[in-house]
Design a protein around this ligand. Structure first.
Ligand code: SIN
Length: 459
């Protein structure tokens, strides 16, 4: 059987070699998770919460090692990787609390001899498939609510970044979670997807990744009517209106666009700036973007690490070439952008972007900031909504009426108003349209792991 080589995207060296989990073992693991579910679901919520808290403590104690793994296998700058571990752990801590708040209710019956009780039960065994861009946070925001609810879970991390998941799950076992309550498999997305969706014991699929893969999983999961949560692609519009604080908007653009070198589903993909301020904004943004230090994420002061692989680099360069051919001004030459070689790209601002460019229509997943001018607020809202995606959107204005108009009319699940970093464990993350369904984080994030049952009692 072939082995999985984990590659450091900064050096392109193999940093670890892992065995793929054989199909027969994945099926056996699902069976064991089903057996473990029988005993885990009856553990009381306070004990589940205490085990989650213990896991959180171990994650805090191992933050340096976890951050190093994220940087080595994913390329994220080390300081940012540490931020991801803290972010990941905030889900563990949040769901340690939510475990204790899974409430039922009583409903007044229509006859005096009846009583109706409503209760929540864990859905069963969960199959989770996670991406490489947040190898810690996307794992904890699925595992923590699942086990808090009383489910058992099998995770399939991205083949690019399995080491962070393995370490997190080892820590979960050290904290007291039985091995078959939280486990992982090493497999390709396609193999795990097929096995998870076809095994009758799996009652829920949770996936973060691309829209095409999500659609395939939804199709497969429908065969046995499995519940699914899908956190899929984005194409975030980032709108800066005439009355916005330009300096603040530039800072928030940098925070949103260049987090993980632009490889996030919610980062600014297309920036629309009101005609009256577009020149000032673009000048200020370009100056800041060119200050960002690019390099190996383990090096001091690096703000932009490598992209995940050469395909990602090729996609970004294709968008730059397309924009340039269609008349945009690129803030650096292609030679300057690619001067560091390998998977590194120096970030650029694309001025005079127009709506027909690939960069305005395809998820970039790279360090490009395309800026297009607009005149009319209704027109910019129309363009922002004119996409199958609906994950995150941003707008900048200091006028409350304008802000409420944007908020009400933008068809997105996550919206930042003067805020380029809206993600938080206590807020419900997720998209509309082809960006998926279901929410992760907040009170909403435990619901997908619960079933509702009611009991009608006649006296
Ligand atoms: C993502 O890119 O899918 C996740 C981003 C976040 O949680 O902030």
């Amino acid at each position: 059987m072939t082995k999985l080589e984990v590659i450091n995207p900064a050096t392109e060296e193999v940093i670890s070699t892992l065995d793929y989990t054989p199909e027969v073992e994945i099926n056996a693991q699902i069976d064991r998770a089903q057996e473990a579910f029988q005993s885990w679901k009856v553990i009381d919520a306070h004990e589940r919460a205490a085990t989650l808290y213990k896991w959180a403590e171990l994650i805090d104690n191992n933050i340096d090692e976890l951050a190093e793994l994220i940087t080595l296998e994913g390329g994220k700058p080390y300081a940012e990787a540490k931020g991801e571990v803290t972010y990941a752990n905030s889900y563990v801590k949040w769901y340690a609390e939510e475990a204790k708040r899974v409430y039922g209710r009583t409903i007044p019956a229509n006859t005096s001899d009846k009583k109706i009780l409503v209760d929540k039960f864990p859905i069963g065994v969960v199959g989770a498939i996670t991406p490489w861009n947040f190898p810690a946070a996307m794992i904890t925001r699925k595992i923590a609510p699942a086990v808090a609810a009383g489910c058992t879970i099998i995770c399939k991390p991205a083949v690019q970044t399995p080491l962070t998941t393995i370490k997190l799950i080892e820590l979960a076992h050290d904290a007291g979670f039985p091995e078959d309550v939280i486990s992982y498999v090493i497999a390709s997305g396609r193999d795990a997807g097929e096995l998870f969706t076809s095994h009758e014991a799996i009652r829920k699929i949770t996936f973060t990744g691309s829209t095409p893969v999500g659609k395939k999983l939804i199709q497969q999961a429908s065969e046995s009517v499995k519940n699914a949560t899908m956190e899929l692609g984005g194409l975030a519009p980032f709108i800066i209106h005439s009355d916005a604080d330009i300096d603040a908007a530039v800072e928030e653009t940098i925070a949103s666009k260049f987090r993980n070198a632009g490889q996030t589903c919610i980062c600014a993909n297309r920036i629309y700036v009101h005609q009256s301020i577009v020149d000032e904004y673009t000048k200020k943004l370009t100056a800041k973007v060119h200050e960002l230090k690019v390099g190996n994420g383990m090096d001091e002061g690096v703000k932009v690490g490598p992209l995940i692989n050469s395909d990602a680099v090729a996609k970004v360069l294709d968008q730059v070439t397309d924009a340039s051919t269609k008349g945009a001004s690129i803030s650096r030459s292609l030679d300057d952008m690619t001067a560091l070689g390998g998977n590194f790209l120096r970030p650029v601002v694309i001025a005079n972007a127009t709506q027909d460019m690939k960069v305005m229509n395809e998820e970039t997943f790279g360090p490009l900031a395309p800026v297009m001018a607009y005149d009319d607020i209704d027109e910019v809202i129309r363009i922002a909504n004119d996409t199958p995606f609906g994950l995150a959107a941003y707008f900048f204005t200091n006028d409350y009426r304008t802000g409420l108009k944007f908020y009400n009319e933008l068809e997105y699940g996550v919206i930042g108003w003067n805020d380029g970093g809206p993600s938080a464990a206590h807020a419900p993350f997720g998209g509309v349209k082809e960006s998926g369904y279901g929410r992760e984080g907040a009170t909403e994030g435990i619901e997908p792991y619960l079933e509702t049952k009611y009991l009608s009692i006649k006296q």
